[in-house]
Design a protein around this ligand. Sequence first.
Ligand code: CA
Length: 441
Amino acid sequence: MKLDETHDPRRKSWVKSANADGCAFPIQNLPFGVFRRKGSKEAPRGGVAIGNQVLDLTAAARALGLAGKALEAARAAGGTSLNPLAALGRPHWKALRLALSGALSADAPAKRQAAIARHLVPLARAELCIPVTIGDYTDFYTSSYHATNIGRMFRPDNPLMPNFKWIPIGYHGRSSSIVVSGTRVVRPNGQTKAADAEAPAFGPSKRLDYEVELGLVIGPGNALGKPVPLSRALDHVFGVVLLNDWSARDIQAWEYQPLGPFLAKNFASTVSPWIVTLEALTPFRAPALQRPAGDPQPLPYLTDAHDAATGHLDIEVEMWLRSAKMRAMKREPHRLSHTSYKSSYWTPAQLVAHHTGNGCNLRPGDLLGTGTISGPARGEEGALIEITQGGKFPVELPGGEMRAFIADGDELIQRARCARAGCVSIGFGEAAGRVVPAPAL
Ligand code: CA
């Protein structure tokens, strides 16, 4: 993928808010989502975020008289989900991005600016929906730091399983409970067993946690029985969303053997409403993780020089917490995690190549979670269970509350940014969710 005029750091937008320092959605980003006007009964439809506005794609395409692939792409974004746009593929995405960037540029003719200005809706007045209908959801486990931190708690003498460095470990999750940012999260009831108890009990999870992840949104799928080679894998990735894989650690500990995560994970996963495209992320490509000396090289179907040189993404991801008390006291959220995706052991292309390596078919809109993103240093842990070392060392919040795990009323807010010298920084928006008490038994 090459840089083009849509990445030009000098390009400004006539939508003034897009030019503000630190704006998540400058003209170099142009993420896609699905929205409708707040409080309206209109059908949700595709939009693109610019500054503090969202541009209605169908109306803009008409007003601009788009043609060819750009028109086809805008039409595919006219429905209640972006799956048809995801299915079209990179030439279409690029054509639409080029057309939108040109029309939103400060250099666009005044007439073209006026033609679409009336199809902007302030984000503050937009209800943002889940951007794709997720057919299948797979969650990986790609951070060696996370895997080691967790493994140490369960297997002190053997924290990192020997297969970790050979295969991107994953499991099939559940898509029905993936919700968009702003959806409340109901604390799960479940079966747990205290170490010294004779029998398990059923009740509210006492060890509710978050997991800082990113989600890859699949573009064109592959036919059943036809693996996607590593060299073509990123043609099958439409873009990236934020993903908080809420996890009930006490339920997980009791249920996970021998088949892995189940009810500890599938009660809710929160995604951000904006899909940041791989085109927008091109300036932030990074080398694959330098494997420590002594680690095996990936098998041939999982490696090539191009992926090793530019296959990773440099995305800084954060998780913030604001408790009910902090809200009442008007305190700002407190940051718990600050980590970088590029420290993950496997690249996005490796996940796609491995997932389809057995002939498994991916479909447009499928979601591949990266797994919890943790880095090597303190503060870079991507989950409370790592930060508090299994709850032993609670975190103190501003105002004096202590947190070993998440309490009812806590709001968890995930954010991410890409920044690099010579580039305009881009953001992802938020994936936020407030926890409410478990249903009474
Ligand atoms: Ca996870």
